[in-house]
Write a protein that binds this ligand. Structure first.
Ligand SMILES: N[C@@H](CCC(=O)N[C@@H](CS)C(=O)NCC(=O)O)C(=O)O
Length: 222
């Protein structure tokens, strides 16, 4: 059994989608980010960065894993699925996973901050992050023009990138003309395990409207 500490965000969906794809039994502990539960002492003992997601593997001596990319690698290696074991195949998956961890995630995250959450609109910052996200999307589109998936067979690299890229409307990034990216977004979005993982944690109550969501994000950023 895996314990998953998460919230309905792209980094959280990476873990829940992987758990669904791998059909591993897991229980969900929703973390209320706007209440700063992720900064409480008990949680920071599991995740020193005070962010979601975190997993605890009850079948492996309560081993805790933080950082969504590390969680994906751990789950893939635990099961021998969603990442090949040969040196080149594994490296390819890790390259495209790191592309998401070091590029797509941070840039889309900053686009959200300046485009959605910042009370003061700074055109230079909005433009900078929109252009960088678009550039990264074009890198993905070029790769996907010649490959069905990012790194060989469907893998944790696709799960990591999809979990962020499909939220492009919220970040305000255009995908016009990126037909290979659109094809890949749709293919992965249609996978039943992705659809199940994408709604974890289940909304306990009505999903907040966009304004409430922005207010909550500002509380975390303050
Ligand atoms: N590099 C970390 C980033 C995790 C992260 O930023 N999580 C966000 C949600 S997507 C979070 O917990 N935000 C709450 C906060 O900043 O306090 C990972 O990939 O796990």
């Amino acid at each position: 059994m895996i314990e998953l500490y998460t919230s309905p965000t792209p980094n959280g969906w990476k873990a829940s989608i992987a758990l669904e794809e791998l059909e591993l039994p897991y229980s969900v502990h929703p973390i209320a980010l706007q209440k700063l539960e992720q900064k409480q002492d008990w949680y920071v003992k599991l995740n020193p960065n005070g962010r979601i997601p975190t997993i605890v593997d009850k079948d492996n001596g309560d081993f805790a894993v933080f950082e969504s990319g590390a969680i994906l690698i751990y789950l893939a290696e635990k099961t021998g699925r969603l990442m090949p074991s040969d040196v080149k195949g594994r490296s390819l998956v890790i390259q495209w996973l790191m592309f998401q961890m070091g590029g797509i995630g941070p840039m889309m995250g900053q686009a959200n901050v300046f485009y959605r959450y910042a009370p003061e609109k700074i055109p230079f910052a909005i433009d900078r992050y929109h252009r960088e996200c678009r550039r990264l999307f074009e890198v993905l589109d070029t790769r996907l023009a010649e490959h069905e998936f990012l790194a060989g067979d469907y893998s944790i690299a696709d799960i990591a990138n999809w979990s962020w890229v499909h939220t492009y409307p919220w970040s305000g990034v255009e995908i016009d003309g990126l037909d290979h990216l659109k094809r890949w977004l749709e293919t992965i979005g249609n996978r039943p395990a992705v659809q199940r993982g994408r709604v974890v944690p289940q909304q306990q109550e009505r999903a907040p409207d966009a304004n409430t969501f922005v207010e909550n994000a500002r509380k975390i950023l303050a």
